[in-house]
Design a protein around this ligand. Structure first.
Ligand SMILES: Cc1cc2nc3c(=O)[nH]c(=O)nc-3n(C[C@H](O)[C@H](O)[C@H](O)COP(=O)(O)OP(=O)(O)OC[C@H]3O[C@@H](n4cnc5c(N)ncnc54)[C@H](O)[C@@H]3O)c2cc1C
Length: 478
């Protein structure tokens, strides 16, 4: 089996297939998680918003998967306390009842029961919340994680089960046999530019926002199946929300949800839902999106965050199943879609990070059948994701006072986590670029030097890497 795409969906498929005992190769054109899977809101959640929209099956599936993830990857997924702030009795009753339904739907996967908080209790948990008109809040629980950290651990776990996972390998064409069925593909190593051809019984296209481009390699007149929607996040210092409790604002001025979440010592605020025409591996936040997040966060915080307070801004693109009757991208379903075309290419797209395991189980079931492989059942529901991270306290002296990373993190990323470039290390093995873009730029020369020592590279390599990182980091700076 070959899986194209090294995001949550593709790596999930590789992990599922390898742990069933199938032979699997995964090809990722850039680094694992370079696409949307490192750019999420970092929530393992049922999705309170989807409940309001009446998408009960998606909420139910997500709550079940939240429970699975908390059990299988407790080192990187944890329970998170949230408050929905209420300004008036109506909000207290409406959100209070809504979150009770959310509790009930969690059933045995509940991570804690919601309850109504008084104004004083709300302020005690969220000291910087806007107090004028505040009548209280609803406390509830969901899951939170570090997306690319979990992905790296999934890559390593899939590898330990026998999967071959390669980053920097771009699929450029699909090979068909005389009957017009797909029997392999051609990929190009993005570091050496060598071309390789591989055969497979079945191929899974898990390329997220890029899935239509890969579908057109199979059928050049295939109509697109995804609509793309961009979401951005702003990262601020912890002083904006000096608390371990997150805030969920169910309705901003455009009707969508805004989260303010404590994340790795910072405050993460997002997201938006802006239609975009084309996929982009390094999407940029639009000025209007930045203004929107600043304005809406400012309405709920005593001290309004300003542009100069932004430590980093990052954008990600959601592949959403096309629906011509939808009013806007926010109203499109977050459920997943599987398509098998006439040549036998299986495409899986849409869905959420939270549901990657279930999506993968579904895709691998169908792929095994399609490829005529012996039937074997998925075992990922109870498969532990190995922990490859280093505890910050054990890692030695920090490389930068504003970042929780040391030399040991860089060495580990190169030696055992397949990091090839300074960007891999600063954006996805550590989260430096997402937490504080300026600080990440400042440590890039040091990181490049440590990596060069490990990889046996020279000064030209160091210079080129630092330059590449600076150029990528520009879109994370305001
Ligand atoms: C702003 C935002 C916030 C979100 N927040 C949450 C959240 O809090 N919780 C949640 O559950 N979900 C969330 N999601 C959804 C979640 O992030 C996505 O559903 C998930 O990451 C999609 O993963 P994927 O593997 O399908 O796509 P991707 O992560 O984009 O992976 C696809 C990969 O395919 C590779 N690729 C493309 N073409 C080729 C080729 N020709 N050859 C080889 N490789 C190729 C790409 O480089 C890419 O790495 C959010 C999404 C967005 C945009």
């Amino acid at each position: 089996m070959i899986v194209i795409g090294g995001g949550a969906t593709g790596v999930g498929c590789a992990l599922d297939a390898a742990s069933r005992g199938y032979e699997v190769l995964l090809l990722e054109q850039h680094d694992f998680g370079k696409g949307t899977s490192s750019r999420s809101t970092k929530l393992v959640h049922g999705g309170v918003r989807y409940l309001e929209k009446g998408d009960i099956p998606l909420v139910r599936e997500s709550l079940k998967e939240r429970g699975v993830l908390l059990r299988n990857a407790p080192h990187v997924v944890h329970r998170q306390e949230f408050i929905v702030p209420c300004y008036g009795l109506f909000q207290k009753v409406y959100y209070g009842l809504g979150l009770k339904v959310y509790d009930l739907m969690s059933g045995k996967n509940s991570v804690g029961r919601s309850r109504v908080l008084t104004r004083e209790e709300t302020i005690a948990r969220l000291p910087t919340i806007r107090k004028t008109g505040l009548s209280g809040g609803i406390l509830y629980y969901d899951g939170q994680f570090d997306d690319s950290r979990l992905l790296t651990d999934m890559v390593m776990t899939a590898g330990s089960k026998g999967a071959a996972l390669l980053n920097y390998t771009k699929v450029v064409s699909l090979k068909k046999n005389d009957g017009g069925k797909i029997g392999g593909l051609v990929f190009v190593d993005q570091l050496s530019y060598e071309e390789h051809s591989v055969n497979a019984r079945v191929i899974i296209n898990a390329t997220g926002a890029f899935c239509d481009a890969v579908r057109s390699m199979s059928n050049d007149s295939a109509k697109p199946i995804v609509t793309l929607s961009q979401g951005i996040h702003l990262v601020f210092g912890r002083e904006f929300m000096p608390s371990d409790t997150a805030m969920m604002i169910p309705k901003t001025s455009d009707g969508r949800v805004l989260f303010c979440i404590p994340w790795l010592g910072s405050t993460l605020v997002g997201t938006t839902d802006t239609p975009v025409a084309l996929p982009d591996l390094e999407p940029s936040a639009l000025e209007a999106e930045i203004d929107f997040v600043l304005e809406n966060a400012g309405k709920y915080l005593e001290s309004k965050p300003m542009r100069e307070d932004i430590l980093s801004v990052f954008a990600g693109i959601r592949p959403l199943a096309k629906d011509s009757s939808a009013k806007n991208t926010a109203s499109l379903s977050r459920g997943h879609t599987i398509e098998i075309d006439n040549a036998g290419l299986l495409t899986i797209t849409g869905g959420k990070w939270t549901t990657y395991r279930h999506m993968a189980e579904d895709a691998v079931d169908q792929a095994a059948h399609l490829g005529g492989l012996p039937e074997r059942h998925s075992v990922t529901r109870s498969l532990t994701i190995n922990n490859h991270a280093i505890e910050t306290s054990d890692a030695g002296e920090r490389l930068h006072p504003d970042l929780p990373y040391a030399r040991e993190h860089i060495v580990r990323a190169v030696r055992s986590e397949m990091a090839q470039t300074v960007e891999d290390v600063l954006a996805r093995r550590t989260r430096a670029l997402f937490l504080n873009a300026r600080a990440a730029i400042e440590i890039a020369p040091q990181v490049a030097a440590i990596m060069a020592e490990e990889l046996g590279e020279d000064k030209d390599w160091i210079d080129a890497q630092v330059e590449d990182l600076r150029s990528t980091a520009k879109s994370y700076l305001i």
